[in-house]
Ligand binder design. Structure first.
Ligand code: HEC
Ligand code: HEC
Length: 88
């Protein structure tokens, strides 16, 4: 099999792009969003029910009428547990 110079150059470029993407991903910062706390209030949501089931109950305390409403600069709060990961 004889590779043309163009094919070889394209292959090298492809490998360079792959290496760049890999480096970029490896350098991503640590996940910083707070996890679902491991305290008495939240332990019941850590396991034993689906994420959707658990998320229905967050609003009781963190909804607009709750005791600890979300801060005004909070990102769109659908699917709490995708960002605030469970620890169990
Ligand atoms: C019974 C009330 C109640 C329910 C229900 C509740 N929380 Fe909380 N949550 C609190 C209180 C009180 C705090 C503040 C003190 C603490 O960290 O426990 C808090 C704090 C938090 C924090 C901040 C932790 C930190 O490190 O600053 C997150 C994130 C959170 N809750 C997520 C959730 C999610 C997600 C749900 C639903 C699965 C949920 N909470 C359900 C009462 C509740
Ligand atoms: C798109 C990601 C995302 C989603 C979805 C999300 N949050 Fe958050 N939440 C954050 C970020 C980022 C912060 C800022 C502070 C931090 O890093 O915890 C925050 C902060 C909070 C805080 C305050 C923490 C503190 O230290 O004061 C609470 C309570 C909270 N979220 C609860 C919830 C609940 C309940 C839901 C679902 C109704 C939810 N979040 C959905 C990303 C998210």
């Amino acid at each position: 099999m004889k590779l043309s110079a163009k094919t070889i150059v394209l292959n090298i470029l492809f490998l360079l792009v792959c290496a760049a993407i890999l480096l970029f991903l490896l350098k991503a910062p640590d996940e910083t969003t707070s996890r679902l706390p491991m305290d008495d209030t939240h332990r019941q949501f850590q396991s034993g029910m689906s994420k959707k089931e658990a998320e229905k109950q967050c609003g009781e305390c963190h909804g607009p009428q709750g005791r600890i409403p979300l801060p005004p600069d909070h990102p769109p709060p659908y699917r709490c547990l995708f960002c605030h990961k469970r620890q169990l």
